[in-house]
Design a protein around this ligand. Structure first.
Ligand code: C2E
Ligand code: MG
Ligand code: MG
Length: 761
């Protein structure tokens, strides 16, 4: 019920109750007045009359006694007569007042008797001879009869009293009723007043808040419009005009703010069972959101317009940033994942497509040596290059198929393969396209790519599998030195499985004493005397199968097992040197006095925080001089945090170790850094020696490496010399030491002893 109706209802109730109470009180008042009037005008005079009758009886009795005593009839008879008249007059009044009362009859009778007896007494006194005995009797009877009237008078008095009491009682009852009614009415009025107060207060509050709400629309910065059910505009707030002005719409017709489809939409919504519709319209440069709301009970429609241009732009920007790489502006990994999953999900006919993963080889080196700024710029140029290549490739415009997945990894999602080997050919051409150097801030960078490819559906029917497989192919290329293309195959998978098996077995290899160190002699050039040995690890499993370090060292590095294995190698090699040095003392062996053992270090082992402490411990345990230990560090090991690597190398030098760079020439050692390395030797990689006798390029490269070493005051060791021709070329190039199968394969310590540590003749 509406508060206003409630208040009206309460008001009417109070009014009618008040009216009823007033009538009741009026009636009661009238009753009281009547009773009082009767009392004053009837009852009291009656009592007065009765009293007068009473007095008349007493007076008459006194006069009769006096008459008896004096017999003075002249004086007393008129007085008695007077009394009789008075009595009669009063009695008449009494008769009228109590017409039906029995007491009236007895009074009348008594009075008649008194008058007769008085007459008889008077007759007696008028006799000449008064009969005094009779007179006494008459007087006594008179007195008796007169007094017999008195109880009747008292009955009348009692009757008057009774009537007065009864009407008094009735008056009291009706007065009490009025009082009760007035009190109840007052309580009721108080309660109603409280209710009315509450509702009035609520009504006022609601009115105020409604007024405020009305202001809300007025002051809302967003346009609000109201329409009747027929779609005619009934209200628009000032923000409508503001928006129109902003849009350059000066028509002053608020309706021009509405989209052309508005009336249709309104009609459609009215016919539906919905009460709300929302849509977005582009108006010029503005994006407006329209919210139409139906108030069916009020036959009204409200339209709210919000300018969401800034929000949509911000959302678009956020979306762009969420899906793009900021540096290269290429779509990012998230975009890639979504598109790859979509491609897989929507490919009900299993149409073939390919996923190409592109990795820029050794890009970390650019960042660590040239800084992030150069690295970033180079990355931008590479990304541009890749995109341009993709755009132009076979006029297919593959520019939007390129993604940057992480720091130096890109992906190309080829959703269509026009021909067999399309992905491989594209990868090949892409790789070649990067053949020229890229120039950043005056510095030239030669970059190569490692590319892994997987095909749908042959190498995976799920996005995740395709990506993992392409990555497996890429990892293989990277571990083979990079700069290559590989399609995922079962072979890679098998190798991965083999890695898992190796890891499992390698964990127990030390305990089972399956690991052993072999030693390959290093021979002085021209003199061909042994100058030292390189310790090379061997793993012979229980079944006698030998596993190449090329196979298990990378696994050990990946799993962290290299820390334990490397430590074991160091301890073994140090102890071996100790044993041999003792042997040299006891036997007079003809040996170079600075016979050394070279120990290979892995990247993880080298950069492990406890490495220096541990190698010092091994040194003190074996009690050997570190100058007879040569630590071989591969070039790739120095990639990454070069500054830190240099710091560790200095610490090793301080302890007294000799340092050499292994497999030199295969990596990308920056010459500027090479100068900073506190090293003693360079070991030229076997790859340069392998075909040196037939390939002049290799010879030229080998020569330049030898010269580089000598220019940096480093001695040079040539690895992998297998024949005499190679030996002669290498010696002619100026290498100080030679290592290779030509002189000896790696052998167990005992064989080295028996072959080389023979007593001088
Ligand atoms: P590396 O340090 O460059 O070792 C030289 C490799 O070339 C050895 O292979 C050796 O047997 C081989 N080699 C030497 N002369 C010739 C030759 O004339 N012809 C041919 N074809 N090969 C020759 P190995 O022992 O299989 O070791 C392979 C690689 O494994 C090593 O290359 C080294 O990087 C790593 N490695 C070996 N032992 C250890 C170790 O104890 N710790 C670490 N971290 N790595 C090790
Ligand atoms: Mg080595
Ligand atoms: Mg080597």
């Amino acid at each position: 019920m509406q508060p206003r109706v409630k208040i009206l209802f309460a008001y009417l109730l109070i009014l009618s109750l008040g009216l009823a109470i007033s009538v009741t009180i009026f009636i009661t008042g009238r009753q009281v007045t009547d009773v009082t009037t009767t009392l004053i005008e009837e009852k009291l005079p009656r009592l007065q009359v009765i009293n007068e009758l009473y007095l008349a009886i007493i007076e008459r009795e006194r006069l009769l006694y006096e008459y008896y005593a004096t017999t003075d009839s002249e004086t007393l008879l008129p007085q008695l007569d007077q009394i009789d008249q008075r009595f009669s007059a009063y009695f008449r009044q009494i008769e009228i007042a109590f017409p039906d009362s029995e007491a009236i009859e007895s009074i009348r009778y008594g009075d008649r008797m008194v008058r007769r007896l008085t007459q008889q007494l008077d007759n007696n006194f008028q006799q000449a001879q008064v009969d005094w005995d009779l007179a006494r009797e008459q007087l006594a009877e008179l007195s008796d009869t007169g007094r017999k009237i008195l109880p009747s008078l008292e009955t009348l008095v009692a009757q008057v009293n009774q009537e007065a009491f009864q009407s008094g009682e009735a008056t009291r009852n009706s007065t009490e009723l009025s009082t009760r009614l007035v009190i109840s009415f007052s309580i009721f009025v108080i309660i109603i007043a409280a209710f009315v107060g509450y509702y009035v207060n609520r009504y006022i509050t609601e009115t105020i808040s409604r007024r405020r709400l009305a202001m809300f629309a007025e002051r809302s910065p967003n346009p609000i419009l109201s329409f009747n059910w027929q779609g005619q505009l009934t209200y628009s707030n000032p923000a409508c005009l503001q928006l129109m002005t902003q849009q350059g719409n000066h028509s002053q017709r608020i309706e021009s703010l509405l989209p052309l489809t508005f009336q249709d939409r309104l009609l459609k919504l009215q016919k539906s069972n919905q009460d709300y519709a929302q849509w977005i319209n582009e108006v010029g440069n503005y994006t407006l959101e329209f919210s139409l709301s139906l108030l069916r009970d009020l036959d009204t429609c409200h339209l709210y317009i919000e300018d969401i241009s800034a929000r949509t732009q911000a959302q678009a920007q956020l979306k762009y940033e969420a899906y793009h790489d900021i540096l290269t502006e290429l779509p990012n990994r998230r975009y890639f994942n979504e598109n790859l999953n979509k491609l897989v999900a929507n490919n009900s006919q299993q149409q073939a497509f390919a996923l190409i993963l592109i990795h820029i080889d050794r890009f970390d080196l650019v960042t660590s040596s040239e800084g992030f700024k150069t690295g970033d710029r180079l990355m931008q140029l590479v990304a541009q290059h890749l995109q341009q290549f993709c755009r132009g490739y076979c006029s297919l415009d593959l520019g939007n198929k390129l993604y940057r997945l992480d720091s130096n990894k890109f992906s190309l999602l080829l959703d269509q393969l026009p021909e067999h080997d399309f992905a491989e050919n594209l990868a090949q051409e892409l790789s070649q396209s990067l053949g020229h150097s890229i120039c950043v801030e005056g510095k030239e960078f030669h970059l190569t790519l490692s590319i892994g490819i997987s095909h749908y559906p042959n190498q995976g029917i799920e996005g995740e599998t395709l990506l993992t497989n392409a990555d497996a192919a890429l990892t293989r290329i990277k571990s083979d030195g990079g700069d290559g293309i590989l399609c995922y195959s079962q072979d890679i998978h098998a190798k991965e499985q083999a890695w898992i098996a190796i890891e499992r077995d390698l964990r127990t290899a030390i305990e089972k004493q399956q690991l052993q160190l072999f030693y390959q002699p290093k021979i002085q050039a021209y003199q061909h005397k042994i100058s030292g040995v390189e310790a090379l690890i061997r793993w012979q499993k229980d079944d006698g199968k030998m596993i190449s370090p090329f196979e298990f060292i990378p696994v050990a590095e990946q799993t962290g097992l290299i820390i334990t294995i490397g430590d074991w190698v160091i301890a073994q090699a140090f102890n071996q040197l100790k044993q041999w040095q003792q042997l040299f003392l006891t036997k007079e062996v003809e040996l170079s006095f600075d016979f050394s053992i070279a120990v290979n270090l892995s990247a993880k082992q080298f950069q492990h925080p406890g490495f220096i402490k541990n190698i010092k411990l091994r040194l003190s345990e074996a009690e050997i001089d570190p100058q007879f230990i040569e630590l071989e560090i591969t070039e790739s090991l120095l990639i990454g945090d070069i500054e830190n690597s240099i710091r560790i190398m200095h610490q090793l030098k301080e302890i007294g170790f000799k340092l050499s760079i292994d497999d030199f020439g295969t990596g990308y050692s920056s010459l500027s850094y090479l100068k900073q390395f506190p090293i003693d030797k360079l070991k030229i990689d076997r790859a340069f020696v392998m075909d040196i006798e037939s390939n002049n390029d290799d010879k030229v490269l080998a020569k330049s490496i030898v010269d580089l070493a000598h220019n940096l005051n480093l001695s040079l060791v040539a690895e992998g010399v297998e024949n005499k021709q190679q030996l002669e070329i290498i010696e002619a190039l100026g290498a100080e030491e030679i290592q290779g199968f030509y002189f000896s394969k790696p052998k167990p310590a005992a064989e080295i002893e028996s072959e080389y540590f023979t007593k001088a003749d």
